[in-house]
Design a protein around this ligand. Structure first.
Ligand SMILES: [Fe+2]
Ligand SMILES: [Fe+2]
Length: 322
């Protein structure tokens, strides 16, 4: 919305909007309202930029050090998209409390939702602390869009999650995509963004585990027909592939050149990046990882329980996403 003026002056003003948002979407039960949200920065492996044109220079600590406006815009956009997915997932999951299969599941859901709120909080703290008035406007808009009004920035995050099979499949696969996106941002030339991802990544592991454990229990219970499980797997695995973005993406190209977002395996990968193929490269790594961790882990859902073979997950149109 061009020309929009922020009604927030400081982060504590934004916290007021965040409190209103929790109440409005109906997730502010005791566990959530009493939780102390915090901005958490961890360590990054190196203070030097690890890839792209600025490789070897010191990572940027503030916006003034980022060389061009285009780069500042790309960086802000990246943070806005990441934050939008975090709040959106809470909106998607907001109706599941009443139908939790057990108290354990209800507690796991509460923890997942609190952590997603904290991730959104973290991204908004970056926007407000580092991106001036446009960052404040974006942090405000982040709490004005709604998944259930189809207003979130990426299609996957506007879809309702209205039952627990949906939730388990979503957390196993879409949160796994979240882990990939955060890992790629962990190497960012903008140090505060890289530092933001450490705690988020730890929290993301719990979300994936919740999904994987839930799917295992569903399979073991043997009540849900296989065709129905297949339907949910197809829905969220194809969505997760979409989230890697379009093939031959110029924004992925420039984000790499500018050191803003690396490849998932950046520190171990000695090959020169193919700038025309970054999204598909990361998508393939994702595909290999879920096959290893989900299909072939001794603790996870085993392939003989699934109707799908290795080639059976359809790729939807890799439509305009990132
Ligand atoms: Fe998250
Ligand atoms: Fe998550």
């Amino acid at each position: 919305m061009p020309g929009k003026v922020a009604k927030i002056g400081s982060f504590s003003d934004w916290v007021g909007l965040f409190d209103d948002w929790r109440k409005e979407i109906g997730v502010n039960q005791d566990d959530v309202s009493s939780f102390h949200f915090d901005t958490l920065y961890g360590a990054v492996e190196t203070g030097d930029i690890q890839f792209g044109s600025y490789k070897g220079r010191t990572k940027w600590e503030n916006l003034r050090q980022v060389p061009t406006q285009q780069m500042r815009d790309a960086l802000m956009n990246m943070i806005v998209y990441q934050g939008d997915t975090e709040f959106a997932s809470v909106e998607q999951q907001r109706n599941l409390f009443e139908s939790a299969p057990s108290d354990w599941d209800r507690r796991a859901l509460t923890r997942v939702m609190i952590e997603e709120m904290r991730h959104g909080w973290q991204m908004c703290a970056l926007l407000i602390d580092f991106f001036g008035s446009s960052g404040k406007v974006e942090a405000q808009k982040m709490l004005e869009r709604r998944a259930f009004e189809n207003k979130r920035l990426l299609g996957t995050f506007n879809v309702d999650i209205d039952n627990w099979l949906d939730f388990f499949t979503y957390t196993d696969f879409v949160d796994r995509d979240g882990k990939f996106q955060l890992q790629m941002l962990k190497y960012s030339s903008f140090a505060p963004l890289g530092r933001s991802t450490s705690y988020m990544l730890r929290e993301e592991a719990f979300h994936m585990g919740t999904g994987n454990d839930g799917l295992r229990r569903v399979v073991e219970a043997g009540v849900i027909p296989r065709w129905l499980m297949q339907k949910y797997l197809n829905k969220w695995i194809s969505s997760s592939y979409d989230l890697f973005g379009t093939d031959h993406s110029s924004s992925a190209h420039w984000a790499y050149v500018w050191g803003i977002k690396g490849r998932y395996d950046e520190p171990q990968n000695q090959e020169t990046a193919d700038l025309d193929d970054l999204n598909d490269y990361n998508r393939h790594l994702y595909s290999e990882t879920w096959r290893e961790e989900v299909l072939y882990s001794p603790h996870a859902v085993q392939p003989e329980h699934w109707t799908m073979g290795r080639e059976e997950v359809p790729l939807r149109n890799r439509g305009a996403t990132r």
